[in-house]
Design a protein around this ligand. Structure first.
Ligand SMILES: O=C[C@H](O)COP(=O)(O)O
Ligand SMILES: CC(=O)C(=O)O
Length: 210
């Protein structure tokens, strides 16, 4: 999925579920739960061994869900993610080699940034959006507004500490295209295979933000 299409999808969904999957067997029921809850997108973090296989299963079996990879730190992970079927690449940090690989393969890349220098690195690749991570710890909306004033062309996806109490404050700022977060897909619910619980959390987030 190219950058423009990814941004259109994000703008519509508004909350990008960040998911951590330990067992690839959970990937399909989890993706179906996100879809049933109205948030048909999954940023599957490359922090577990199951990430690539989980992306592959979701891409194959749950076509209604836009599946991408998170925590993509280097070229090798980026290649594995795209080979598995990742439609977008997200990271907590910026990487030249990931930017080159993803862009070279026509896949959207949303690097993590929190300083003007990080953002300047992303702009060397003409990236139209960045993650702002970890959002709450680095000053939240106040910092994004300060950054946006010098990078007016850029859209932000704050992630890290976003929750039902602050999500609409973020989304009210027009430079914020969407937020990311784990609160709609909590680890303990995944471990308990509580797919209905995840659907309910997604549905609540959908209702809150749309
Ligand atoms: O994986 C965690 C990401 O940093 C998202 O942060 P969060 O758990 O505060 O939503
Ligand atoms: C947290 C985050 O931004 C990531 O893992 O991609």
């Amino acid at each position: 999925m190219n950058q423009e299409e990814f941004m259109q999808k994000l703008a519509a969904i508004k909350v990008c579920p960040v998911v951590v999957i330990d067992d690839a067997e959970d990937a399909v029921p989890l993706a179906r739960a996100l879809e049933a809850g109205g948030l048909p997108m999954a940023e599957v973090t490359f922090r577990t061994e199951a990430a690539a296989e989980s992306i592959a299963r979701i891409a194959r079996e749950v076509p209604g869900v836009i599946v991408g990879a998170g925590t993509v730190l280097d070229r090798e992970q980026c290649a594995r993610a795209i080979d598995a079927g990742a439609q977008f690449i997200v990271a907590p940090s910026f990487s030249d080699e990931v930017a080159q690989y993803a862009i070279g393969h026509g896949v959207a890349y949303c690097p993590g940034t929190c300083t003007p220098t990080d953002i300047a690195n992303a702009l060397r690749y003409n990236l139209p959006m960045v993650k702002f991570f970890p959002a709450e710890a680095y000053g939240g909306l106040k910092t994004i507004k300060a950054l946006a004033s010098v990078f007016p062309q850029l859209k932000f996806m704050p992630t890290g500490g976003v929750n039902p109490q602050n999500v609409n404050d973020y989304l009210a700022f027009d430079k914020i295209i969407s937020v990311g977060g784990t609160w709609v897909c909590k680890k303990d619910l995944v471990r308990a295979k509580d797919w209905d619980g995840i659907s309910r959390a997604c549905h609540e987030a959908y209702e809150l933000t749309h």
